[in-house]
Ligand binder design. Structure first.
Ligand code: AMP
Length: 620
């Protein structure tokens, strides 16, 4: 039975354990709930204050963190101890952020390795997970204060482009903050829920969710039918958002006043000061034609027309992403019924105009773009709490997932844009007699050779009982749960030996990299196909050589002398062909060897040996 508590503030009854929705944003974060009486999603806020909590952490001289507006005040006066945009660091190594390192006015440890970044404040080191947990802890406390009830369960949203590592990092941050994270939800999925889209059973719609927040840009194409949300495609850029719009203004003022990047590097206060004035200018220009402010004895000014000319390349980039997302969804702009605007930066009139012009219809911006994601997270939380059982949320994988097979080939188990949650299993076998270990290497990407893809994880299935090559049946299964986290399992079916891992990649991919991986797969498609064919031919040739060799040494007494000679020379010819880059030659030599060995093989070949010729094997 559910526990009932009394809300002291309102005197009303409410469930003791409610699940809150949290938008953990790059710039701002907030909490929303479904109002127990009105059943409508509302953003939580103290009287007369904003629902938005700046995602900024300031550490005082004793190292105690303070989050929100109070911390924001220190951006200018104490930049080294004031952490903003921590979300951009989630699941990242220094290498990932190197190009943008200048953006961070605090100390990001630059050991230039693949290990996850840490931020140094005083003599302490914090991971992005620690930093996000401070923000979540603050949100939890605020929510508890407002609701007068413990808050221990939450749905947290992430950008659609967050990969497994980043989703897991977000989940870990929740755990650190004392929250049971019930679900990680994509921001565009939450936004469409907040718009109540798809609430009617008979509604069928195709929606574009354009989300330009403080630090990230996502475009998602959703299809809603019979109360089921399906993400058809996503695209975007995790390094494009309101912060970048601010930077164009900072750059403009630097050019105007002769301030150089070196000046900003040595004077962090100057850099932060300009950044804050630039944001102020940008917001002002959303409803005015010009901006001007006196600062340090100078005047910082900019007109809306100038700002719009600076913005154009950034907006054009987002429109290019919209095009790609439509192409991935195999749709055109005319197929989109509704365009949903998300994120504070969609308040910029030029953004709305460009998006509306691209899709050829007015955009939908009736819900506060800063709150819409959290409101949707609350709707999802309500569904999870069992109050709204009619929904099923589906998401998709941005890149293909697979494992390495013989010759370094990528064997895709879950293709890109597959709907999740999903489960796929495939059988593999060994390629050596008595092989007791099988290495399972998990890769992400579209290329045919694993060396061109990204390795996510590797583990060994150990303890396979000794069997001839080709006999063990190893089922490898990929399960992507509703949070987008991949669980890989390998099981030898004859013996029951099994091994399982949750894939937590070492560091994340920027969506530029995702895009590059996709582009590479297209540009290299022909080469890749040829390489794959060659590698497959070689692998087959090597297997046949090894099987034949084994067979001959075992059955030599049964064979005629001529048969032995002919086999040896055909094997030699095949061996030579394997050293050349000619798959047709390899195939013809395989065929010749088969021709010669077929008569005696038919006489004696047993099932075990023929088994080795079939099925894919994995390098041990
Ligand atoms: P979010 O990540 O959704 O909280 O987005 C916050 C971003 O929206 C920040 O870059 C803000 O500067 C920006 N923003 C907020 N209000 C406005 C406005 N009126 N005009 C332009 N940008 C805005």
């Amino acid at each position: 039975m559910a526990k009932i508590a009394i809300n002291i503030a309102t005197g009303s009854l409410q469930q003791a354990e409610m699940i809150v929705g949290i938008d953990l944003g790059t710039t701002n974060s907030l909490v929303a709930i479904i109002h127990p009486e009105s059943k409508q999603p509302i953003a939580l806020k103290e009287h007369n204050s904003s629902s938005l909590v700046p995602s900024i952490i300031h550490f005082d001289p004793l190292g105690n963190p303070v989050v929100g507006e109070e911390a924001k005040q220190y951006l200018e006066t104490d930049p080294q101890n004031t952490i903003f945009s921590a979300k951009r660091l989630m699941g990242k190594s220094y290498k990932d952020i190197k190009e943008n390192a200048n953006f961070f006015t605090y100390k990001v440890i630059d050991d230039d390795t693949d290990s996850l970044v840490k931020v140094q404040v005083g003599d302490k080191f914090y991971s992005p997970i620690d930093l996000s947990s401070f923000i979540l802890k603050e949100l939890k406390q605020r929510a508890e204060h407002i609701l007068k009830t413990p808050v221990t369960k939450a749905v947290i949203t992430v950008p659609a482009y967050f990969n497994d590592a980043q989703r897991q990092a977000t989940r870990d941050a929740g755990k650190l903050a004392g929250l049971d994270v019930m679900r990680i939800v994509n921001e565009p999925t939450a936004a469409s829920l907040a718009y109540g889209l798809g609430l009617r059973k008979d509604e069928e719609k195709t929606i574009a969710v354009y989300d330009l927040g403080g630090g990230t840009f996502d475009i998602s194409i959703l299809h809603i039918n019979n109360g089921i949300f399906e993400v058809l495609s996503t695209n975007g850029n995790t390094y494009l958002g309101g912060d970048d719009l601010d930077r164009t203004i900072v750059q403009y003022w630097m050019n105007e006043s002769g301030i150089t990047s070196d000046d900003l590097n040595v004077n962090k206060e100057l850099s932060q000061g300009l950044r804050l004035r630039a944001e102020e200018a940008k917001k002002h220009l959303s409803s005015n034609d010009s901006f001007s402010v006196d600062w340090n004895g100078d005047t910082l000014a900019i007109t809306k027309a100038t700002f719009e000319s600076l913005l154009k390349p950034l907006i054009d980039q987002t429109i290019a992403s919209c095009k790609s997302a439509l192409a991935d969804a195999k749709l055109t702009a005319e197929n989109i019924d509704t365009i949903v605007m998300v994120g504070g930066s969609t308040r910029v009139p030029a953004v709305k105009e460009a998006v509306s012009a691209f899709f050829g219809k007015p955009v939908n911006d009736s819900v506060n773009p800063d709150e819409v994601v959290a409101l949707g997270a609350a709707v999802q939380a309500d569904i999870l709490a069992g109050n709204n059982k009619d929904f099923l949320l589906l998401d998709i994988t941005p890149l293909s997932l697979g494992i390495e097979t013989m010759g370094g080939l990528m064997d895709t188990l879950i293709p890109r844009n597959a709907k999740i949650p999903t489960k796929v299993g495939r059988q593999y076998t060994t390629h050596k007699d008595g092989q007791s270990d099988m290495r399972i290497s998990v890769f992400q990407g579209e290329r045919d050779l694993v060396k061109d893809n990204r390795k996510l994880a590797e583990f060994s299935l150990k303890g396979i009982p000794g069997m001839p090559a080709g006999l063990p049946k190893v089922e490898v299964s990929f399960l992507i749960n509703a949070d987008g986290i991949l669980v890989v399992k390998a099981k030898e079916l004859r013996s029951g030996v099994e091994q399982e891992i949750e894939v937590k990649p070492q560091y994340g991919l920027t969506d530029d990299e995702v895009e590059k991986m996709l582009m590479d797969s297209i540009t290299h498609a022909k080469d890749d196909m040829q390489t794959r064919a060659l590698v497959e031919a070689r692998t087959e040739g090597e297997q046949i050589l090894s099987v034949t060799e084994k067979f001959v040494s075992k059955n030599a007494p049964l064979l005629e002398k001529e048969e032995l000679m002919a086999t040896a020379s055909a094997m030699q010819a095949l061996q030579l062909a394997l050293t050349m880059d000619d798959k047709d030659l390899i195939h013809s030599k395989i065929e010749e060897l088969n021709e010669i060995s077929r008569p005696f093989a038919e006489r004696a070949m047993d099932a075990a040996v023929s088994g080795a010729l079939k099925g894919k094997s994995i390098t041990e």
